[in-house]
Design a protein around this ligand. Structure first.
Ligand code: G4P
Length: 522
């Protein structure tokens, strides 16, 4: 079993939309032999440019169930790539997926540098001490100077960086990347679809000059000297403890620098790490099975209301048809058709090991964050919710269907589609989301899956803050003063709904003993 754990690499590729996450994922699958020609995954992708309405997006989300996890074998390693939605409005999904990975690769566009979503994703990685590798993509475009980019990464992402590959020129003159990690230069012929033959070149040889030209060769040698002077030597432990992020350069589209990245990744990325439960740390080598649900995907077809709950195996061996304890419900459950996912297919599995993701058919018994064990009372900690960006009152548009509406809202929130707050003053329900699309998805799904109708009404809010204090009297006085703006989240925790940044900073000023949190876990 230790062998199986040791060879697993479970990670996510994340990026600001358009940086090249899908393209890179696809190239990995190409190297992994899962697909023969690029383009297969891409067609499942949500097209952001087209004026696709959200229904299309939902449909495509349905399709992309099969690509939620992509597994392949590479050089003796078992690689599990967890897919994350490309659309910004579903960012919360991505955050949750990050709870199930042991490391991440962040893709950055060489011309755009660090973007808003990159920053947010990195914050989540920092919170969880997830080791990250950064891939600077699109070196075939006129981008920024590599040294400037590295400085920006350090400052904006608040992590030390260490380049492990280096570009030979960039833009139209981009010729490839020098592999600092392995001290070799592989030159490829650009090809968008296939992996081409490569030539290995010694950097100190005249051959380099012949291949890339005198100027680029001289510049490369000069840059590498500078890199060695500026950045301390790479140490795997610093990366695994999330103190240093190795950086690779390349062009995913042209297959430059991708194999360098993948080869190094499988070697240095951590195998499944211990997982923190409320009761104790759970180590992957423990013989008894434990796991948690980090994602639930619904089928939008109302006639086949089948969900799949994605379970990350944290310890022990998961076995088909074996009875397991659903800790929250205190019930024994068994799964006769657990699935695993290969690039485009899914198939029933007999067993799974720590680091693996198992798809469990779900008829409404799971919530995000649920724990499964071999009998032990364990509670894995999920990812905290973040303060939503948009808020609306949700109202019942069909008085005959109040019950259905309630059930629908409850289940959708369990699935993690959005967040629910109940205003303590007027009892009205407020839904908080990251983007407009989520409201549309909720409305559509309520109608189609629960036969309930809802209506949105505007509520002007700026942030939701979870509040706590050691000073019970001050907390009470705050709640009294702000009674119109106090709400409870789904777990019954106190939330202050601030209607402006000004009001919030005044509240922080006036109530010094109250802590205002922008995430639900503290
Ligand atoms: P995402 O998943 O992070 O959103 O990005 P995706 O891979 O879809 O890439 C976004 C766009 O950037 C795509 O172009 C893709 O072809 C392009 N791209 C990815 N890697 C590179 C690269 O190394 N160099 C260059 N020049 N472009 C790259 P698109 O026009 O949006 O899509 P498509 O219609 O061309 O497929």
């Amino acid at each position: 079993m230790n062998n199986e754990i040791e060879r697993r690499r479970t990670f996510a590729i994340i990026s600001h939309p358009d940086a090249g996450k899908t393209t890179l994922t696809e190239k990995f699958l190409l190297f992994g032999g899962q697909i023969q020609v690029a383009g297969a995954v891409k067609s499942n992708k949500i097209k952001k440019t087209a004026t696709s309405d959200w229904m299309d997006i939902e449909k495509q989300r349905g399709i992309s169930v099969s690509t939620s996890v992509m597994e392949f074998d590479y050089e003796g390693y078992k690689v599990n790539i967890l897919d994350t939605p490309g659309h910004q409005d579903f960012a919360e999904d991505t955050f949750r997926t990050l709870t199930a990975v042991d490391s991440a690769i962040i893709v950055v566009d060489s011309a755009k540098g660090v973007e808003t979503q990159t920053r947010k994703l990195m914050t989540v990685c920092r919170m969880r001490k997830t080791p990250v590798i950064i891939f600077i993509n699109k070196m075939d475009r006129e981008g920024r100077d590599p040294f400037d980019l590295l400085d920006e990464l350090e400052q904006e992402l608040e992590i030390k960086v260490r380049p492990l590959s280096w570009p030979v020129n960039q833009g139209v003159k981009f010729k490839g990347v020098y592999n600092i990690y392995e001290k070799k230069l592989d030159l490829f012929t650009p090809d968008k679809q296939r992996v081409t033959e490569k030539v290995e070149v010694d950097i100190d040889s005249a051959e380099l000059d012949a291949h890339v030209g005198d100027r680029d060769a001289a510049k490369l040698r000069e840059d590498l000297e500078l890199v060695d002077g500026v950045y301390p030597e790479f140490n795997v432990e610093d990366y695994r403890s999330a103190d240093v992020a190795p950086v690779f350069f390349g062009s995913a589209l042209n297959n430059f620098g991708v194999q360098e990245l993948l080869d190094c990744f499988v070697e240095i990325a951590p195998s499944p790490r211990p997982t923190k439960a409320e009761e104790r740390m759970v180590s992957p080598e423990e013989p008894k099975f434990t796991g948690f649900i980090f994602k639930i995907t619904a089928n939008i077809d109302p006639n086949h209301r089948s969900c799949i709950a994605f379970c990350k195996v944290c310890s022990g061996r998961f076995v088909r048809n074996q009875p397991y304890l659903h800790v929250r419900l205190g019930k024994t459950v068994r799964f006769s058709s657990p699935t695993q996912f290969m690039a485009q297919r899914k198939s029933t599995i007999e067993e799974a090991y720590p680091g693996d993701i198992v798809g469990l058919p779900d008829n409404g018994i799971f919530k995000i964050g649920d724990t499964l064990t071999d009998g032990e009372q364990l509670h894995f900690r999920g990812l905290p919710s973040f303060s939503p960006e948009m808020f609306k009152y949700i109202e019942n548009a069909d008085p005959m269907k109040a019950k259905q509406l309630q059930k629908g809202i409850d289940q959708l929130m369990d699935e993690g589609v959005a967040q629910l707050f109940v205003n303590q003053f007027n009892g009205r329900k407020i839904i908080g989301t990251v983007g407009q699309l989520q409201f549309e998805v909720i409305q559509y799904r309520l109608e189609n899956e629960y036969n309930a109708k809802c209506r949105w009404e505007p509520v002007h809010l700026y942030k939701a803050c979870w509040i706590e204090s050691d000073d019970a009297a001050e907390l009470e006085s705050f709640k009294k003063r702000k009674y119109q703006y106090m709400a409870k989240d789904k777990e019954g925790r106190d939330v202050f709904l601030a209607d402006s940044g000004y009001v919030l900073s005044m509240a922080q000023e006036d109530f010094k003993n109250i802590k205002f949190h922008f995430t639900s876990e503290f």
